[in-house]
Ligand binder design. Structure first.
Ligand SMILES: Cc1cc2nc3c(=O)[nH]c(=O)nc-3n(C[C@H](O)[C@H](O)[C@H](O)COP(=O)(O)OP(=O)(O)OC[C@H]3O[C@@H](n4cnc5c(N)ncnc54)[C@H](O)[C@@H]3O)c2cc1C
Ligand SMILES: NC(=O)c1ccc[n+]([C@@H]2O[C@H](COP(=O)([O-])OP(=O)(O)OC[C@H]3O[C@@H](n4cnc5c(N)ncnc54)[C@H](O)[C@@H]3O)[C@@H](O)[C@H]2O)c1
Length: 459
């Protein structure tokens, strides 16, 4: 028997949960389908628990900075409070009852199971347990919000070993004596630094010639240097030829040598898995890396896709941004479409690496006549006062023809917060001339933006 609903949302991560809740509160009959945990990757294995680790690790680092600033300190790391906080406060032991209640409290119906399209507005759900398959016809439409899964490279031997992805790294109740991290992106760097600060001997293996590849080269250089000073070995241009595990540790063949470590974290990116989603019923490729959508997140008539699965930036803030646009569209409201010229991103290393808009090289690649300006945080008044742990920089990318700020990077102790001002400027197409006439509070970290603007004007 086919059941009916106004909207069926497949996948209830930050994007799907927000959208299903908004539509239900607007009075629609919404069915939310989730195969794992309502809330998705972010609260259980992503943003929130990883930032709890980072917060704790940063507290240790601050403690270790006391001798340079304020006397003596002795810091003894203990992972137990971190693991406990993740289990009890962040994930309720990886139980989503609170989230399910929150969603149904807004009026949505909830089905635990795996959904797929049978036709553009028909969804089959393989219900958890032995409850068979339910079929739903969605009067207004279906939303695909199924996120991404960790990619694991086809390195010989790797699949047969007990390697970690972000999930095991977040669930760990003990710190390994040594940790090898394959992949120097946001996941790898945040977790590498956190584990190192808790005492693990950490080595990072990155295939490209620099970590944080999509960001400015200055960001890669600065973070490589900071990690190196903390004792984290960063190897770039590495091709891992094979992985073996002997019951107590890993051995990785990296061409001209080998790496041994007790634990191995694979953080080589994430991708949508569309193979079983029935996207061929809407004319899309089940082997593609993402669902193709227009600026209102429409994948086909009556089908929307939001969040990580559309490949426009794998961030919780992107999933929630998409949810708002798609909800308005489904409700027939004529709202603005998605814009991607000012996507903010923050890698929560210490110092944090914030960035928005285009990088210098990307701007040049798309034919923009570019002017850049930089400033070092330690040379700013606040950076100099801050002293220990003051590494950072501001880099601005201007479209020299229009005089408008189109990209910016802010690295520093509060790099992600300083980014706020720069994100406003890039989002609103503010000319750098206008930014130069602004008053920057003294002595803040964001005042270094003025130094970078002066550098830009002098070019
Ligand atoms: C370690 C780590 C740290 C991160 N830190 C940050 C951060 O600090 N800031 C930030 O902005 N982002 C961060 N992210 C990224 C962030 O977690 C994702 O961008 C966000 O969760 C995407 O939301 P989503 O709703 O698109 O997908 P997801 O969170 O992936 O949710 C999709 C949901 O769909 C479900 N699903 C999949 N297929 C089906 C199906 N067929 N039927 C039913 N259900 C299905 C899944 O079980 C999942 O619950 C981090 C990610 C990781 C891994
Ligand atoms: N703070 C945040 O907002 C945050 C934090 C974590 C994750 N995320 C999101 O999650 C997504 C996934 O993060 P991620 O760090 O796994 O992916 P990523 O794509 O950011 O980085 C993966 C890295 O692994 C490298 N790599 C790939 N194959 C390799 C191999 N065989 N050997 C060595 N290196 C290899 C890549 O060159 C790249 O540098 C990101 O796109 C990001 O948007 C965001």
């Amino acid at each position: 028997m086919t059941e009916s609903a106004d909207v069926v949302v497949i996948g209830l991560g930050p994007g799907g949960e927000a959208l299903a809740g908004d539509l239900a509160e607007a009075g629609l009959d919404v069915v939310g389908v989730e195969s794992t945990l309502v809330g998705g990757e972010c609260p259980y294995w992503g943003c929130i628990p990883s930032k709890m680790m980072v917060r704790a690790a940063d507290a240790l680092a601050e403690g270790r900075r006391v001798p340079e600033l304020a006397g003596t300190s002795s810091v003894t790391p203990d992972w137990a409070p971190v693991a406990r906080r993740i289990r009890e406060e962040a994930t309720t032991n990886w139980d989503d009852k609170i989230a399910v209640d929150r969603l149904t409290g807004k009026g949505a119906r909830f089905v635990r199971g795996t959904g797929r399209l049978l036709a553009p507005t028909t969804v089959a759900v393989d219900v958890d347990g032995d409850d068979g398959t339910r079929e739903f016809e969605a009067r207004r439409g279906v939303v695909i919000a199924t996120g991404t899964v960790a990619t694991v490279p086809p390195i010989p031997g790797l699949a047969d070993t007990p390697y970690w992805t972000n999930r095991e790294a977040i669930e760990a109740t003990e710190v390994p004596e040594s940790l090898c991290v394959i992949g120097g992106g946001a996941v790898g760097l945040e977790l590498a630094q956190a584990y190192a600060r808790f005492g693990a001997r950490v080595i990072i293996l990155e295939a490209l010639d620099r970590i944080l590849g999509p960001e400015e080269p200055e960001s890669s250089e600065l973070i490589t240097e900071v990690l190196g000073c903390e004792g984290i070995a960063v190897h770039t241009g590495v091709k891992t030829g094979g992985v073996a595990h002997d019951g107590s540790g890993f051995r990785l063949d990296i061409g001209d040598g080998e790496v041994r470590a007790e634990a191995l974290l694979v953080s080589t990116g994430r991708r949508a898995d569309l193979r079983h989603m029935g996207v061929d019923t809407i004319g899309q490729d089940p082997g593609a890396r993402a669902v193709e959508v227009d600026d209102h997140l429409r994948a086909a008539p009556g089908v929307w896709a939001i969040g990580d699965v559309v490949g426009k930036g794998a961030f919780t803030h992107m999933a929630v941004y998409h949810a708002k646009i798609a909800a308005a569209d489904i409700l027939g409201q004529h709202g603005p479409g998605a814009e991607y010229h000012a996507v903010p991103r923050v890698t929560f290393t210490d110092p944090e690496v914030g960035a928005v808009g285009v990088t210098e090289s990307h701007a040049r690649d798309i034919g923009v006549n570019v002017r850049v300006g930089t400033a070092r945080v330690p040379s700013s008044a606040r950076g100099w006062i801050h002293k220990a742990g003051n590494e950072g920089l501001i880099k601005l990318v201007e479209d020299a023809d229009t005089g408008v700020l189109i990209g910016a990077t802010s690295i520093g102790p509060n790099g992600g917060e300083v980014l706020g001002a720069l994100a406003v400027a890039v989002h609103a197409h503010v000319p750098t001339k206008r930014l130069r006439s602004m008053i920057y509070a003294y002595p803040t970290f964001h005042r270094a933006i003025e130094d970078a603007l002066n550098d830009l004007a002098a070019r």
